[in-house]
Design a binder for this molecule. Sequence first.
Ligand code: UDP
Length: 322
Amino acid sequence: MHVLITGGAGFIGSHLADALLNRGDSVSVLDNLSTGSAENIRSFLGHPRFSFTQAALDDGSALDGLASRADAIVHLAAAVGVHLILERPTQTIETNVLGTHALLAAARRHGCQTLIASTSEVYGKSEALPFSENDDLILGPPDRTRWVYAATKLLDEFLALAAHQEFGLPLTIMRLFNVVGPRQTGRFGMVLPRFVRQALQGRPLTVYGDGMQTRCFCHVGDVVQAIAGLLGRTTASGQIYNIGSNHEVTIRELAELTVDRADSRSPIHYLPYDQAYAAGFEELRRRVPEISKIADEIGWTPTHLLPEILDDMIDFERDRLT
Ligand code: UDP
């Protein structure tokens, strides 16, 4: 199978490229290297079944040429990270909505199976845990910039499902929950790579708020297996799937475990949200996915536990720091 990965030089995309090449697929990557990095795909350059195109999604001819040769598209290109989104909401909206619009048009022209990456953020402030795919979604008001990301991804879901319903595009939505692992960067705000780096450098770990908020962290290797499993699945067409771990941990526990696994003496500091982000920032207290739907579809469940995830990330960062 020939798979086009948009955002394939990013954290998740580069792991997916690796897994697909290993199972014998051909992979084309389209990435503008805005947040992705050439370093992530360096080891595949020169591989006979791999190609890389540096271009934006609104470069119609690059996208169209790549889609014409692909059997399937995994659309991962997006504006990422809470900090980036708070700083550049206009760019976020344009990248996420116009990019997906262009992508779906190309997929329709060439009849490619399309997997669209969405996010757990679309559940917003819902407290109906664990979150199921057909739950109501509760977003905050538009003058709170944090909701820009969720709103754009939700619009992507509507656009994608409309393309499926109206034009028969074989299409699946993947709502990803806190994906972590080697190659992830803390530059855009993600907690685990930041904690790992802080612990390894002996700097304080900065926990936002009281640290009693929870998340479920899923190893990128597991996520990539779920995506690979959905490729070619006709029964997944028109469906939405949560992809993530359902092992819930407080951010405070996460900080303590990171210090422990990294054998670090870093202290843990607590920073109020309005200092970490912006005044009036709305934080989500708990986020847990219901994952039985994807388990029923492709028999997928996450296999990596948190200590193992941390060890993997610590080893990777140690190598990078030396
Ligand atoms: N967080 C933190 N310290 C950091 C970065 C994030 O305590 O340096 C917290 C953040 O407030 C949130 C959790 O860790 O409660 C996960 O943050 P991340 O940005 O990784 O993902 P998301 O907020 O999208 O779940």
